[in-house]
Design a binder for this molecule. Structure first.
Ligand SMILES: *Cc1c(COP(=O)(O)O)cnc(C)c1O
Length: 442
């Protein structure tokens, strides 16, 4: 893969760039892809080798790289207004985006607070929930609840509601821990949702007067390795939150924007949370943008002559017009094409093509939700398991695929624009990559 034109840039990157979510020493053995350009579902390296972006560049890309419609909108925006601060000023892209998201929530969550990335959106939702209770004369409601194996980002506050040891343990002394309650992960059995709700009720009964909010990843706990659960869990959780007076925060950063088959995952449970966190796909995978949507009754608790009752949080690039414009162009694409229906058709193609894997002796729990497909790998050898993801990544590149398993869970989360031929190529070469990786020693 890496001959001279690529290698010079890889060497310079490894010298100068500290890559995210990476033990840098692993790159002594495992490859780094010097991406030169992107077009549609494909990324190209500096020598013109192509890679099908099977995981949407960390789940952000929806309508392909260098999408002509989003590009045109951004070029227009660039010549109009690249940025202005959102305190004391406002601008059309932020207003239009807030209004359109309000409409998409059935006119339930009508106040949009802007930030730049997912972790910040989570921080904002947590702070807003606590501050709401404080303004409402209940400052003792200061604790949060998350699910086992949850992932909500990696800033210090977001790590407090994240339950992934690999990301969290090193920083344990810095973290204010949330209550961790059983996950409704459907792999645990048919009654997983029921058991998880019973565990939540037990906590609420003991502790509700101290609880500000529960935060969940609706339908799919993505970073946990695509752990999926039944929509009935969200319905039950909404009812519990109402009964005990605890906010419900839906972290739809990964599952929002159509990923699970509906625009918001919560729609499948016919519920609305008190806060929705959006990021990743909302800008089409173009620019850092996140948004926290909330209800009028929460907004009103902050509305006062007293400045300290206001929500004083801010980030420099809050509501960046270019990012908002990319989001508006992304929402236009949802409206102009029958995206969600077309995704259902594509998902059925993927389902049929992946089905034979259920009989594979090393495959467990083949599962899907919307355009997310995953299976777990049974490996006898723990050394093989430890390096599985990195070896799979390397073998996938040889098959012109960009895939990055989570531990030993292989998943596909492609952009929505793959044609039928690309979908079949993705499945067939995933299978070849899987066999090649199983056949290797650690
Ligand atoms: C990616 C992700 C985040 C964090 O978003 P960043 O932009 O990476 O900070 C939070 N929650 C969920 C569910 C995510 O998938």
């Amino acid at each position: 893969m890496n001959t001279e034109a690529n290698e010079a840039w890889v060497a310079r990157s490894l010298a100068a760039v500290w890559h995210p979510c990476t033990q840098m020493k692993h790159h002594e053995r495992f490859p780094l892809v010097p991406v030169a350009r992107g077009k549609g579902a494909w990324l190209y390296d500096r020598e013109g080798h192509r890679y099908l972006d099977g995981i949407s560049s960390w789940w952000v890309n929806l309508f392909g790289h260098a999408n002509p419609d989003i590009n045109a909108a951004l070029k227009d925006q660039l010549d109009t207004l690249e940025h202005a601060m959102l305190a004391g000023c406002t601008h059309e892209p932020a207003v239009l985006l807030a209004e359109r998201l309000f409409a998409l929530t059935g006119r339930t969550l009508g106040h949009a607070f802007f930030a730049s990335d997912g972790a910040s959106a989570v921080e904002i939702a947590l702070k807003m929930s606590f501050h709401f209770w404080r303004n409402s004369g209940k400052p003792q409601k200061s604790e949060f609840v998350c699910l086992a194996n949850s992932y909500h980002g990696e800033t210090i506050g977001a790590l407090g509601v994240t339950d992934v040891a690999l990301f969290k343990d090193a920083y344990d002394p810095l973290i204010r821990h949330a209550h961790v309650v059983a996950s409704p992960d459907a792999r645990k059995g048919d009654d997983a949702a029921e058991h998880a709700l019973a565990a939540m009720r037990t906590l609420f009964e003991a502790r509700a007067q101290h609880l500000a909010a529960v935060i969940v990843e609706p339908l799919v706990q993505c970073a946990a390795g695509m752990a999926m659960h039944d929509a009935s869990y969200l319905k039950g959780l909404r009812a519990l939150c109402d009964e005990f007076g605890v906010h419900l925060i839906a972290d739809e950063i990964a599952v929002g924007c159509g990923r699970t088959g509906t625009f918001f995952a919560c729609e499948q449970a016919s519920i609305w949370p008190d806060f929705i966190c959006l990021s990743k796909g909302i800008s089409g995978g173009y620019l850092p943008l996140s948004i926290v949507l909330t209800r009028d009754e929460i907004y009103r608790a902050f509305y006062d002559d007293d400045i300290t009752r206001g929500f004083l949080h801010s980030h420099s690039y809050t509501g960046n017009p270019l990012a908002c414009r990319a989001a508006l162009a992304t929402l236009d694409l949802f409206e102009s094409a029958d995206v969600l229906n077309e995704n259902r058709r594509k998902a059925s193609l993927l389902r049929a093509a992946l089905a034979p894997l259920t009989d594979h002796p090393n495959v467990r729990n083949l599962r899907e939700r919307g355009t997310i497909f995953a299976f777990d790998t049974a490996l006898a050898d723990t050394a093989q398991a430890r390096t599985f993801s990195r070896r799979f990544f390397e073998n996938a590149l040889k098959q012109e695929l960009l895939l990055r398993p989570i531990g030993t869970t292989v998943y596909l989360m492609p952009p929505y624009i793959l044609d039928d031929e690309e979908l079949m190529l993705l499945v067939e070469r995933t299978r070849v990559t899987f066999e090649a990786t199983l056949a290797e020693a650690a």
